[in-house]
Ligand binder design. Structure first.
Ligand SMILES: N[C@@H](CCC(=O)N[C@@H](CS)C(=O)NCC(=O)O)C(=O)O
Length: 105
């Protein structure tokens, strides 16, 4: 499987990325990160040394994609499906990004 999502189910940022994957039935391999477990933490830090999740790993393209909003844009661009995750219209896309930024604060 090409896509792997490193996440924790209780993280709202991770839920954001999961919703994007589920909306389009995009196949992915789930990897739950337990920062309290030394082995899990070490394995995750090798993938993304900053240590924040979610992180998407695309093995087919050899890319590591961090940040929930960037993951959604990456999925929209490289793995599009029936649900448009980012509006095609540039002005609508900007408004969507603005709302997304507000939700983070
Ligand atoms: N701006 C990031 C925020 C990610 C973030 O803060 N994730 C938290 C979980 S909700 C995290 O990784 N916490 C672990 C830590 O800070 O050690 C995004 O949108 O993905």
């Amino acid at each position: 499987m090409s896509l792997k999502l490193y996440f924790h189910p209780l993280s709202s940022f991770c839920q954001k990325a999961l919703i994007a994957l589920y909306e389009n039935d995009t196949p992915f391999e789930p990897h739950i990160v337990d920062l309290g477990d030394e082995a899990s933490r070490t394995a995750f830090m090798k993938i993304w040394p900053i240590g924040k999740f979610p992180v998407l790993r695309d093995e087919a393209k050899d890319r590591t994609v961090p940040e929930s909003s960037i993951i959604i844009e990456y999925l929209a661009q490289h793995y599009p499906g029936r649900t448009s995750l980012v509006p095609a219209d540039a002005d609508l896309a900007r408004q969507t990004r603005l709302r997304d930024q507000y939700m983070k604060h």
